[in-house]
Design a protein around this ligand. Sequence first.
Ligand SMILES: C[S@@+](CC[C@H](N)C(=O)[O-])C[C@H]1O[C@@H](n2cnc3c(N)ncnc32)[C@H](O)[C@@H]1O
Length: 190
Amino acid sequence: LKLNTDHNNVVKIKNIIIESMLGPGGFAVDATAGNGNDSLLLSDTVGKNGKVLSFDIQESAISNSHSLLKSKAKYNNYRFVCDCHTRLSEYIDEPVDIFVYNLGYLPGGDKSKTTTAENTIISIKTAMSLLKIKGGLLIVSYPGHESGYREEKAIRLFSEELDQRKWSVLRSEFINQVNSPPVLYFIQKR
Ligand SMILES: C[S@@+](CC[C@H](N)C(=O)[O-])C[C@H]1O[C@@H](n2cnc3c(N)ncnc32)[C@H](O)[C@@H]1O
């Protein structure tokens, strides 16, 4: 960690893991494109020979993300899909380095269009089946709102049962912060 930077939220920790795991030529999937911030980081990190595939169920999120990458991305290495992330396997036919999930609803958008425990668990299982060895899932979960609380609990129950000979599971949160701070999961295939 660089000592002149505040590492005070799990989104930053997620980005540090992305930058340490993913490199040029990689294949990354953003399972919740939202405003495109994760897709942009993934696009910059995999470079001109890599690729990024990004999903969102909302046209408005896809269009926000597309505009962000059009103006800021250094490489034309990304594609957007307006579909539910339970259907990842319809679009992916080669092993993936990293899946990123930033759960919940679009900031400033319709709060009812949120990720759900049921769909998220289906999607996580599918993503796990599409990973390269040493590839991983990074999931930021927000237990501070009602459906986010259920979702975080479901991810915890699911991931703590995974066979440790096959999967490493890290669960990380800033435990001195008020109001149910977000939780980061890192599930890596061994
Ligand atoms: C917190 S935002 C993501 C933020 C984004 N990663 C960024 O960097 O700006 C969550 C997004 O998940 C999307 N979403 C909700 N349910 C989904 C589903 N089943 N499949 C794909 N995306 C979904 C929402 O539309 C919303 O845009």
